[in-house]
Design a protein around this ligand. Structure first.
Ligand SMILES: *[C@@H]1O[C@H](CO)[C@@H](O)[C@H](O)[C@H]1NC(C)=O
Ligand SMILES: *[C@@H]1O[C@H](CO)[C@@H](O)[C@H](O)[C@H]1NC(C)=O
Ligand SMILES: *[C@@H]1O[C@H](CO)[C@@H](O)[C@H](O)[C@H]1NC(C)=O
Ligand SMILES: *[C@@H]1O[C@H](CO)[C@@H](O)[C@H](O)[C@H]1NC(C)=O
Length: 853
């Protein structure tokens, strides 16, 4: 607590505080920085000492393909609790349409070379020497020559010396580099961005949160907001200012290996989660210096890979793009997202980066996104790969025409700069496009306060890894655990039950985290769990904490599903046990081809089930749902924990032993076979929907009783919302967090066959034993607008069935009538169903999407 003063620094204090480090004599920053009106004081250059390898004298180059970077010897100094200064966040802040006067003033002072440099984000690896440390000579010459405006990535991705750098080392690195940029480069600070889909994993000790798929499963927006706020301050502690998150892609094919980055299959659920994540990351970012720029990605269609492979072309009908896939992006932009990233794929035959329709007509004009658009890693070059451009320079031309893409994020950004000049010399595009993009980029830097102080906020360093943040990760993990089957109340276990745990997931943290955790891609399994040392409890440790003795664990099969223990030996132990838990997992890189379990896994389950009468519980810890249809009959209990993160051990153990009642719900459809990999619940009514577990399913240990649905009016008119109320009673013995999901379905829709259901709203509340709680939803006629196959927006009147908790035993329904006097046409504005104030005023710009212009 004694550190509160340091942490709650408002921006005025930043400028005055002597706690932020010594003044460096060498930098003459009053020369370099240009400030907004009254903010003219010069920030002190913060110094933070780091131990370890110090200089390049007597350089020891790292071997090629250096497999094990050293662990950073810098210890964390995490405080137990902290508090940050709160700013008014009631209204979402977002990018302005045109740059402000003082931004324009800065823009005008830049040379063309300096402007072009602003449009490039270069990987930090480009500034490292052969020893894996910052090479000051090299960095100076790069900034001098190319006037780079942005840096991204973690050193460990590209030959860095340290496996995961401590916040201190990050601060030392980014501040040193920032000083170089301001002395040798364009004299403007660079923006630093990091990939942090579930915590600032690139920073040692920074809290790893449950994966977005788990956040979706909580059906509680708080768990999108709080982790994002924590990530933001950890990123700021490291001296970075932007993160490449959230993902607004829908989980529409279970084969896709990035599904854990997505909030689920439903556009509304994902949309609200994206909205809240952006709010959590950015807050009032124009004054709050503990917040960062969010980057909504990957626009658009990234998740729609047919076979799960990243390189596959995406083919998604445009009405599905407009009806489902765009919605989470729209919500991210409603929340004020400052940046967006283009998807590195083709969609319906066009490369997204070069498609004028997708970039200009849809992203800029229809969605009205006015922030900074960045390319994915080295994607500008991919126009050649996609065969849309004859050379990389023409790829640059295609990407940048219309001034739609503002930033090339690239590990070879220098080619891009040379290419831009080549294209300018050929008069391929006008300098105005560059002014527009650089205006957006500088405005973002201005809004983030970089012109006042671009350095790491050293006061935040001791908040990294705080207990307070660990608790937040655990609460989110608890609420994300989904109970899918519980025959004869096999769960929860009693502490003195004799339980045998089988599987490779019980003594590992990395399998709880999955890909993109502490490293960009999880490296070879050689590294094992070592990068996670010091993070949360493994399941084994957590179970021991709860039952007070060492649990009986057998590996059984390895993470690839190969048998490693003897059947008969396992059978003997299971036979003598009260319960057996079989834990299925997957490698943290999570590459899926098909959804099958291995023969050994299946036959082990069959063997144990036939040999013994010991109740079996499946524990599913995975990004890719493995087909369990053939063996589900042997399972008395099933818990799906997805990827609960580094602190997931204790929450899972607590769920198993009944410290709380699970409250997660499926954020995606769990397929029954490999023929259902792309099944979503919002199918047309005619199609079959019989997965192993439907979207939205899951229950708790307590018996819940639902009242019938009450409506304030059973006719729904445009402009007059109705109240939909349901009461829920907890007949169990413990408190229950109960999510209530409101769906609606139209019986008849002339222009487009109605979907079986569409989720319209959800709420999660705590209900104590014997207590009855009311859930009230406000439903609007406008929520029934839909896009027909011409991508236009329509609404049609008629009977609507409201359904609470579709696909569960607690389903209740009620019919209402939607009455539309005027047929909505494309003159109607798009509404989002939640806050119309934030809706874009745009309309789709052409009747039927056509690639011709
Ligand atoms: C710093 O820059 C200011 C303004 O150009 C100048 O007056 C001053 O002499 C410089 N100081 C040093 C130490 O170079
Ligand atoms: C980085 O750490 C080194 C070694 O302790 C120190 O000499 C240097 O001044 C630090 N630099 C910054 C910018 O903190
Ligand atoms: C640092 O960069 C300079 C200039 O490119 C190069 O000569 C030197 O070898 C580099 N040092 C290391 C340690 O890689
Ligand atoms: C988990 O246990 C297995 C089997 O004993 C062992 O091979 C593996 O190294 C352990 N993993 C960790 C992270 O300790």
């Amino acid at each position: 607590m004694m550190n509160l003063g340091l942490v709650s620094i408002g921006f005025l204090c930043i400028l005055n505080s002597s706690t932020l480090g010594d003044i460096s004599g060498s930098a003459n920053q009053s020369n370099n920085l240009r400030y907004k009106g009254q903010r003219r004081s010069v920030p002190k250059f913060p110094l933070i000492n780091v131990d370890g390898v110090k200089s390049n004298n007597g350089v020891v180059c790292l071997p090629d393909n250096y497999p094990f970077q050293d662990y950073d010897p810098m210890e964390l100094k995490s405080v137990k609790t902290y508090s940050l200064k709160q700013y008014d966040e009631s209204v979402p802040q977002g990018p302005s349409l045109i740059p402000e006067v003082d931004t324009v003033r800065i823009l005008k002072k830049l040379s063309l070379q300096e402007k072009v440099g602003q449009m490039v984000h270069v990987h930090i690896g480009k500034f490292l020497g052969c020893d894996g440390l910052l090479n000051v000579t090299l960095a100076e010459s790069i900034f001098e020559k190319y006037k780079i405006g942005g840096v991204y990535g973690s050193p460990v991705d590209m030959g860095g010396r340290w496996n995961i750098a401590s916040p201190q080392r990050w601060a030392n690195l980014t501040n040193t580099l920032q000083k170089i940029a301001m002395e040798k480069g364009s004299k403007l600070p660079f923006i630093y961005s990091l990939e942090s889909p579930k915590g600032a994993g690139n920073i040692k000790g920074s809290i790893l949160f449950p994966a977005p798929v788990n956040i979706g499963a909580t059906f509680n927006l708080m768990h999108a907001y709080i982790p994002s706020q924590i990530v933001a301050k950890d990123i700021r502690a490291a001296g970075a200012h932007m993160i490449h998150s959230p993902s607004a892609n829908l989980n529409v094919n279970r084969l896709w290996k990035h599904n854990y980055e997505s909030f689920g299959e439903d556009p509304y659920l994902a949309g609200e989660m994206v909205y809240t994540t952006v709010r959590g990351l950015q807050g009032n970012y124009k004054v709050d210096r503990n917040r960062v720029a969010a980057c909504v990605k990957h626009y658009i269609g990234y998740s729609g890979s047919k076979n799960g492979d990243d390189k596959e072309p995406r083919n998604i009908p445009y009405h599905k793009i407009t009806e489902y896939h765009l919605y989470p992006f729209l919500r991210g932009f409603n929340a004020g997202a400052t940046t967006a990233m283009l998807s590195p794929n083709t969609l319906n035959g066009e490369a997204v980066s070069s498609s004028r329709y997708l970039k200009n007509d849809i992203l800029r004009n229809f969605l009205r996104f006015s922030g900074v658009v960045v390319s994915d890693w080295s994607e500008i070059k991919s126009m050649v790969k996609f065969g849309t451009a004859i050379s990389p320079n023409w790829g640059i031309y295609q990407s940048f025409e219309d001034g739609v893409i503002d930033v090339s994020m690239s590990s070879d950004g220098f080619d891009f700069i040379d290419g831009i000049f080549d294209m300018l010399n050929r008069n391929a595009f006008s300098k105005d496009k560059i002014y527009t993009s650089v205006g957006r980029i500088l405005q973002l830097k201005n809004d983030l306060g970089l012109f006042d102080n671009p350095y790491s906020n050293l006061g935040l360093i001791e908040t990294v890894g705080s207990n307070q943040d660990i608790e937040k990760s655990q609460i989110a993990a608890r609420e994300s655990i989904i109970l899918l089957k519980n025959e004869n109340r096999v769960l929860p276990f009693h502490k003195n039950d004799k339980v045998v745990f089988i599987g490779p997931i019980f003594n590992s943290t990395r399998y709880m985290c999955g890909g993109w955790s502490v490293h960009r891609k999880e490296k070879s399994d050689l590294e094992g769990d070592s990068p996670y040392y010091g993070y949360g409890d493994t399941l084994e440790q957590a179970i021991e904490k709860i039952i007070g003795r060492k649990p009986t664990i057998f590996t059984g099969f390895d993470i690839d599903g190969n048998l490693v223990d003897d059947y008969t030996e396992l059978g003997r132990h299971v036979h003598r046990a009260d319960k057996v838990v079989i834990g299925f997992g997957e490698k943290s890189a999570g590459e899926a081809n098909m959804l099958d379990l291995t023969e050994s896994q299946i036959s082990l389950v069959e063997y144990l089930a036939k040999l013994t009468s010991t109740p079996i519980v499946f524990l599913l810890m995975q990004n890719t749902p493995r087909i369990i249809d053939g063996i589900i009959k042997y399972a008395d209990g099933i818990l799906n924990v997805n990827l609960p993160g580094a602190y997931g051990g204790l929450p899972i153990a607590e769920a198993i032993y009944g410290s709380f009642s699970p409250s997660g719900r499926m954020p995606y459809t769990y397929p029954k076979s490999n023929l259902q990999t792309d099944l979503t619940y919002y199918t047309p009514v005619t199609s079959e929907y019989d997965p192993t577990f439907a979207f939205g399913t899951g229950f708790g240990y307590n018996e819940m009783v639902y009242s019938s649905i009450r409506v304030s009016n059973d006719v729904l008119f445009p402009g007059i919302p109705i109240k939909v109320t349901v009461s829920v009673t907890n007949n169990g013995n413990g408190p229950q967090l109960e999510p209530v999901l409101l769906y609606a379905s139209q019986h008849v829709r002339n222009r487009m066959t109605p979907e079986r259901y569409r989720l319209k709203d959800f709420k999660k509340k705590l209900i104590n034993p014997k207590e009855t709680v009311e859930y009230v939803f406000h439903l609007k006629a406008e929520q029934f607008q839909f896009r027909a196959s011409d991508s236009q927006l329509y609404i049609e009147g008629g009977k609507i069935t409201l359904t609470i908790n579709a696909f569960t035993k607690n389903v209740v329904t009620k019919d209402v009538l939607l009455k539309i006097d005027l047929d909505f046409t494309d003159n109607q504005q798009i509404t989002t169903g939640r806050d119309n104030k934030q809706s874009p005023q745009g309309r789709i710009s052409n009747k039927r999407p056509t690639p011709h212009y």
